[in-house]
Design a protein around this ligand. Structure first.
Ligand SMILES: Nc1nc2c(ncn2[C@@H]2O[C@H](COP(=O)(O)OP(=O)(O)OP(=O)(O)O)[C@@H](O)[C@H]2O)c(=O)[nH]1
Ligand SMILES: [Mg+2]
Length: 283
């Protein structure tokens, strides 16, 4: 969705003689940027005595968002010793399995060897889903039976990745609500079991956040960060109605930065986060 905020502002400034602060405020709220950012944008406009012309609002929004978002997402680089382990976490249906496959495809295209681990043992179909990706991409998938302990499975997968001298191991985990403390604790257990084989693993813990679901992702980020120590964010479904403003709110409130964006259901629909094009789409 290119220029979401610009479109909305264009509509409201076009529809009225004078646009008032409340209307701009309401629009900024809908952008998922979060209350502190929306307030800061309005403050900038007020303190500089700027009119509510859409270009002024957009410029202030761009400046404010740029304070928190990195110019480029930090890329993945394999570690010198042993497999580089990535743990994918998030609430249900955000795109963890698809993003695991996309990352595997991206790394493979760079000549890196990858092993996938189907650590979502909670849903029988989840293992099949990742296996289907593995076949399609020519990437081996380590799996176990339905109901198996994900921590034990990830441990075995890392042992295998070490044996095979894989550059990367990507562990796809089950979707879980950030409010379910037993499920959140399971993630710490997965981390501990990986660390038994390599004290520096997992090297990345990515929260996969669906940008079409709006500001709830801020709470998710806080809870997942507390339980599993996030190292980055994958923003999915930016090809849909997702505005992506939530990335600013998450960065501002948790310090967790976007790394990759998902823009479709195909293996190639992933790219490194890029602030300029992201702001272009969002604002
Ligand atoms: N349009 C679009 N669809 C996506 C994207 N990422 C994932 N999807 C779709 O979203 C749906 C859910 O994706 P999954 O990868 O199964 O999500 P998940 O987080 O693994 O789901 P659970 O394991 O059930 O928690 C699938 O239909 C995907 O094809 C994206 O970037 N854009
Ligand atoms: Mg899944």
């Amino acid at each position: 969705m290119a220029g979401w905020l610009k479109n909305v502002l264009g509509r409201i400034t076009g529809a009225h003689e004078a646009v008032d602060w409340e209307e701009i405020e309401a629009t900024l709220w809908q952008s998922d940027l979060g209350a502190p950012t929306a307030t800061a944008i309005l403050e900038t406009l007020r303190s500089k005595g700027l009119s509510l012309h859409s270009e002024n609002v957009l410029a202030a929004a761009r400046a404010e968002a740029s304070k928190y978002l990195p110019e480029k997402g930090a890329d993945l680089t394999p570690s010198l010793e042993g497999p580089f382990v990535i743990l994918m976490v998030g609430v249900n249906g955000t795109g963890k399995t698809t993003s695991s496959a996309k990352l595997a495809a991206l790394l493979k295209s760079r000549g890196q060897s990858v092993l996938l681990c189907a650590a979502d043992t909670f849903r029988a179909a989840a293992v099949e889903q990742l296996k289907a990706w593995g076949e399609k991409l020519g990437v081996e998938v380590v799996s176990s039976e339905y109901g198996a302990d994900p921590a034990a499975l990830c441990h075995d997968a890392l042992a295998k990745a070490k044996r095979l001298k894989s550059d990367f191991l990507i562990c796809d985990t089950a979707g879980r609500l950030h409010t379910k403390s037993n499920l959140m604790q399971e993630l710490s257990k997965v981390k501990r079991s990986l660390a038994k084989l390599d004290s520096s693993a997992p090297h990345e813990v990515f929260l996969v956040a669906d940008t079409t679901t709006g500001s709830n992702a801020v709470v998710q980020a806080k809870e997942f960060h507390a339980a599993a120590g996030l190292t980055g964010l994958i923003l999915t479904k930016l090809d849909g109605s997702g505005k992506g403003g939530v990335a600013v709110a998450i960065a501002r409130e948790t310090g967790i930065l976007p790394r990759f964006i998902g823009t479709g259901e195909g293996a190639e629909d992933i790219s490194l986060f890029n602030r300029a094009s992201f702001l272009e789409r969002m604002l």
